[in-house]
Design a protein around this ligand. Structure first.
Ligand code: 13P
Ligand code: SF4
Length: 330
């Protein structure tokens, strides 16, 4: 029975009996229920270690579209689970804490975005995957940071485009492609905070370090980066590049996989501009904890639900993204 208190708070905090081997129990429940745990690179290391699949937003959507699991447990933020549910309406999609939102998705309310779209007739609407189902429903093609440039490039040069909600990503792609996409003014509260001054100070202390930046960062940070890319692209670069030190301007959870993949290299999290803390964390991703994951699998709740009519509209631009990505070999 799902308690009223849990419904109100959006997660289950039932105490786990002492001496429970939580990780072993989670794995046992996954096997018993044919459940697949997917995690984003920004979640806690312990969650990534337990997951069946860890990836960036594009890889997580691609995996959801092909898995034969009966239950998908999305250890990430709500829009990622919602994308999974839209792609797999017949499956149970769980998220350990319904409060795991995303400031970018929140910066683009569907009704306001719809008005914006209406104010620009004749434009192709491109939305970043970090959006709600409602925003996707008024979108022509969804993109992630792994495929945004290639998808924009694939459209005829004279196509007028609206891009939302991340202004920094849109502005970066305008620069790369020479387009003049109309940009929605949204931002990620984590990536906006990286400080160029502090990164340059770190660079002085580590002159051979390469700077890695996610395209959600502001222009001045992107301009000093040696590599700009999605979480998966930054990870790959850190493995194959000859540099031994990297200053990483994205959410610090990615350092877990970077250190694991190249243990001989040094990874330094880029600091935000407004605190004494050394790294920049996404408070939403960090809501996903081991005990919430355990209870979520045990009770098969919280589930992510999407109204069928909304899902019917939102699936089209997601399918379009997956199709184009496949054609482009991404
Ligand atoms: P990626 O698509 O690069 O994994 O990014 C997701 C995200 O939320 C970045 O803040
Ligand atoms: Fe959203 Fe930013 Fe968190 Fe990514 S890091 S999930 S864009 S709030």
């Amino acid at each position: 029975m799902i308690e009223k208190k849990w419904l109100e708070q959006g997660f289950i905090d039932e105490p786990i009996p002492e001496k429970t081997d939580i990780k072993a129990e989670i794995r046992r429940m996954c096997q018993e229920k044919n459940a697949l745990i997917m995690a984003h690179y920004y979640t806690e290391g312990v969650i990534q270690e337990l997951a069946d699949f860890v990836g960036d937003s594009l890889a997580l959507a691609q995996k959801a579209a092909t898995t034969d699991a009966d239950i998908i447990v999305m250890c990430g933020v709500h829009f990622m689970g919602e994308t999974n549910k839209i792609l797999c309406p017949e499956k149970t999609v769980l998220i350990p804490d319904l409060n795991a939102s995303c400031s970018l998705a929140e910066s683009c309310p569907a009704d306001e975005f719809e008005q914006f779209v209406k104010a620009h007739p004749g434009h192709t609407v491109i939305s970043y995957v970090n959006t709600t189902a409602g925003t996707k429903a008024v979108t022509d093609v969804v993109v992630t940071s792994s495929n945004a440039k290639q998808i924009v490039d694939a459209l005829p040069k004279d196509t007028p485009i609206i891009f939302g909600p991340d202004w920094n990503l849109g502005n970066y792609i305008n620069g790369l492609t020479g387009r003049k996409m109309v940009l929605w003014n949204g931002a990620c509260h984590v990536h906006e905070k990286f400080s160029v001054e502090k990164i340059l100070q770190l660079k002085k202390e580590h002159p051979t370090a390469k700077i890695l930046a996610h395209p959600e960062c502001k222009g001045p940070v992107i301009n000093i980066a040696d590599k700009v890319g999605s979480t998966a692209a930054l990870l790959k670069y850190s493995i194959v590049d000859e540099a031994q030190e990297f200053i990483v301007a994205t959410e610090s959870g990615i350092l877990n996989e970077m250190k694991k993949s190249a243990p001989q290299k040094t990874f330094i999290p880029a600091p935000p501009d407004d605190s004494t803390c050394a790294c920049n964390e996404c408070n939403y991703m960090k809501l996903i904890t081991l005990s919430k994951l355990y209870n979520c699998l045990k009770y098969e709740w919280p589930t992510i639900e999407v109204q069928p009519e909304l899902a019917r509209k939102a699936i089209k631009p997601i399918h379009k993204m997956l199709e184009i990505s496949k054609q482009l070999g991404l």
